[in-house]
Ligand binder design. Structure first.
Ligand code: NAD
Length: 344
């Protein structure tokens, strides 16, 4: 088995065995890109139907063609399994499991915990572990490390650990996996270097940052930025209604400014499964430090009020025509969070 010094050579020669835990919207495209680059990739998932689909050459993710899966299977560069003992054969392990919220809107890192527990069972010298699931700053350092350290192996000496957030935008025709820069933060500088080396093979640009916490925060800044600006657009829509102005005319005209303005639009809901969830990871973490994340709380309040607002508007508009909501047939066009993606 490779030591950390040898791992660098294995990456260069594409002999490094790469594991991807969680073959969903993030994990499958990553596994396919790494396979296409020449690595032998094994996907690990607890969902047997996904493993069966991959083995049969069927993609269930819009951004991955079944043909890509078939080609990689034929070249023996892609495999899928629920046998986690095979993690021991992997030189690099990417974790791409879900990070939802609990009913209380607290972070649910139980999927990360179970993936890391499997890794711990099979952890060996020379491995590089990369967490890619979106999570609060400190998860890698405070939550993952203690789980792995009890094996007696030393980070940065015996094995490496990094966080590299995923920025994939499903159904985006312009920006795919490769041409979106990859942010990478390691627990040590060697961890960062090795993780960048892996991602340099498939991404046009990698962006190293000084720590896993910084890399975790980068992702939350990006998604919090969107959630807050959508909240502003929603509040502007409410203001325009009071002022009897057409919000679309106002936003479209503002968007003609060539600098200093970025267009966000109001709407009844907030999606996909990142924007409504990820800012809550940050506000939860800040709460533990006795720091109220006021912008996040306000945007959440405005955004989560929009479905009620839409229902009120429907009632008002029906009322203007002397119609009642009760008994009205209402057609809703577009229940996904954006065009050309399935409902999640
Ligand atoms: N979908 C996106 O557009 C997107 C974009 C950026 C970041 N992210 C983040 O990436 C992470 C993964 O998201 P996703 O959309 O790919 O989720 P997903 O639900 O599509 O896929 C996750 C996969 O992990 C599997 N899984 C769950 N627990 C497991 C375990 N213990 N071991 C092995 N497999 C396990 C599930 O069966 C599923 O196939 C999340 O943190 C998410 O916030 C998602």
């Amino acid at each position: 088995m490779a030591t950390l010094a040898e791992l660098s050579d294995l990456i260069d020669s594409r002999e490094a065995r790469i594991g991807v835990i969680g073959l969903g919207y993030v994990g499958l495209p990553l596994a396919v890109e790494l396979g296409a680059e020449g690595f032998r990739v094994t996907g690990f998932d607890v969902d047997k139907s996904k493993i069966r689909a991959i083995k049969e050459g069927r993609s269930y993710i819009g951004d991955v063609e079944s043909k890509e899966v078939v080609d990689l299977l034929e070249m023996e560069r892609l495999d899928a399994t629920d046998d986690f003992t095979k993690l021991a054969d992997m030189d690099v392990i990417n974790i791409c499991v879900p990070t939802p919220l609990r009913k209380t809107r607290d972070p649910d890192v139980s999927f990360i915990a179970s993936a890391v527990a499997e890794i711990r069972e099979h952890l060996r010298e020379g491995q590089l572990i990369i967490l890619g699931s979106t999570t609060y700053p400190g998860t890698t350092h405070e939550f993952v490390i203690p789980m792995l350290e009890d094996k007696g192996l030393v980070i940065g000496k015996d094995f490496s650990l990094a966080f590299a957030p995923e920025r994939i935008d499903p159904a985006n025709a312009q920006f795919k996996v490769k041409n979106v820069p990859k942010v990478v933060g390691g627990e040590t500088s060697l961890c960062t270097t090795l993780a960048c080396k892996v991602f340099d093979t498939i991404f046009e640009k990698t962006v190293p940052v000084s720590s896993t916490q910084s890399a975790e925060m980068v992702k939350l800044l990006e998604n919090t930025f969107r959630a807050i600006n959508i909240g502003l657009a929603n509040e502007i829509a409410l203001m325009c209604q009071k002022l009897e102005l057409d919000v679309w005319e106002v936003i479209d005209a503002a968007a003609t400014k060539p600098y200093g303005f970025m267009k966000f639009t109001p709407g009844p809901g907030l999606g996909g499964h990142c924007i409504p969830v990820d800012p809550a990871y940050l506000s939860w973490k800040m709460k533990s430090l006795n720091f109220p994340a006021r912008f996040i709380e306000l945007a959440t309040e405005v955004n989560s009020g929009m479905p009620d607002h839409v229902v009120d508007r429907i009632a008002e508009l029906l009322n203007e025509d002397r119609l009642a909501v009760n008994g009205a047939q209402i057609l809703i066009l577009g229940v996904a969070y954006k065009s050309n993606v399935e409902r999640r």
